[in-house]
Design a binder for this molecule. Structure first.
Ligand code: SAH
Length: 378
């Protein structure tokens, strides 16, 4: 496959391979890192590995000729590479960004310039529910005023009736974070909903949500297959985000406890449990390691721990508390097999045995790979 900005963007490190070759490459890299623990099942790829991203973030800028452009930062710089049609992003989002560029021009608004602090639009963040069809557009400004915001939003929604909500986010700080703290909903409800494994989940501007909805179902189904719940278990969903895995698991569990650090995500998780009429789950806003320490100290028990930490992996506090809680099963989902390898070493040294390793291709064309590992007590 060819992409005109492949080199400058740097997001698709494996685009020079066929998709089959990419899958073999990822399989081999997982075997290299985790093969010493157990046989690695064959990676599950996508039937159609294009335009899978439900979340699209674009930076706005001017090119040399003062034309408005939007897209990604050139790797390791703050120069914007214009993107009209990305192979990974959902195509609605790309079309909407092209319209936003045109509207900026016709409303005589300019991209925000980080060096001078002048101009208006910094980023757009577009999230789409693939099953629900709902689309959220977040316009991130570097200024605290949005001139003619009503007319701007009306024009945007008129051109793209598929948009269900528009949020204005203000980010006037010197930061590389995309979103600032202040949101104002300009159209619709300020959030979207998506369906996953038969449940409905709300997606807000700032909370984490898996970016590949098709493979997320594959991943979660594997994790639950590994957990093989019978309806009686106490399950911990650690690093639970908006509670997706725990809520889906709750059907076949006695009770579920979700733990998550981000307060927006916890708020969404509680809302999600309520909207899906799930009553045997509770969510705790805490550092997962600290929470587990508390549980271990109070001699509480858990039968299954499902954990899905960020790229840095888990920490010693968490892992040693898991060992003292001594659950029958640990299901470890990871987006970084290197830190997972480190954490598995610890668990294997402390009484657990790896029983299953399943890679899933959540991020086609990029070097990233996701894995689900089942461990049980020796
Ligand atoms: N399981 C969820 C989210 C996985 S992403 C899903 O599948 O959607 C990892 C999550 O870990 C993020 O929501 C992040 O906010 C959270 N997190 C990061 N560090 C944490 C910590 N120390 N304690 C608890 N949660 C943490």
């Amino acid at each position: 496959m060819n992409c005109p900005v492949m080199k400058k963007c740097g997001g698709c490190q494996l685009l020079n391979m066929t998709y089959e070759e990419q899958l073999s490459f990822k399989q081999a890299s997982v075997i290299k890192l985790l093969g010493k623990f157990h046989h690695v099942d064959e990676i599950i790829g996508m039937d159609n590995p294009y335009h899978y991203r439900n979340k699209v973030q674009a930076a706005f800028s001017l090119d040399r000729n003062k034309n408005i452009i939007s897209g990604v930062y050139q790797s390791s710089t703050h120069r914007v590479v214009n993107v009209d049609n990305c192979l990974l992003e959902n195509e609605d989002a790309d079309r909407i960004n092209v319209t936003v560029r045109k509207l900026l021009k016709s409303f005589k608004l300019t991209p925000f310039n980080e060096d001078t602090g002048k101009g208006f639009l910094r980023h757009s963040l577009i999230k789409k529910g693939f099953k629900s069809g709902e689309i959220m557009v977040v316009l991130v400004s570097g200024t605290v005023v949005f001139p003619k915001k009503r007319q701007f939003v009306n024009a945007l929604v008129e051109k793209h009736p598929e948009i269900t909500t528009v949020v204005w986010n203000i980010n006037d700080k010197r930061t590389s974070l995309v979103l600032g703290k202040r949101n104002e909903t300009l159209y619709g409800s300020g959030k979207i909903e998506e369906e996953l494994c038969g449940f409905r989940f709300r997606i807000s501007p700032s909370a984490f949500y898996q970016i590949n909805p098709v493979q997320t179902e594959v991943l979660y189904n594997k994790a639950l297959e590994f957990a093989s719940l019978t309806g009686k278990e106490t399950v911990i969903d650690a690093y639970c985000g908006t509670g997706t895995i725990g809520i889906i698991a709750s059907e076949n569990a006695g009770r579920v406890i979700g733990v998550e650090l981000n307060s927006d995500a916890v708020r969404d998780a509680r809302e999600n449990a309520k909207n899906n009429n799930v009553n045997n789950i509770k969510f705790i806003k805490a550092d997962a390691g600290r929470f587990m320490l508390e549980m271990a100290k109070n001699n509480e028990r858990a039968d299954v721990v499902i954990m899905d930490p960020p790229r840095a992996g888990s920490d010693r506090a968490f892992l040693s508390s898991v060992v003292s809680l001594s659950p029958e099963k640990i299901v470890y989902i990871s987006c970084n097999p290197e830190t997972q390898q480190r954490d598995l070493f610890f668990l294997v040294k402390n009484g657990y045995k790896v029983r299953k390793i399943q890679p899933v291709d959540m991020f086609p064309h990029t070097k990233h790979v996701e894995t689900v590992v089942l461990m049980t007590k020796k």
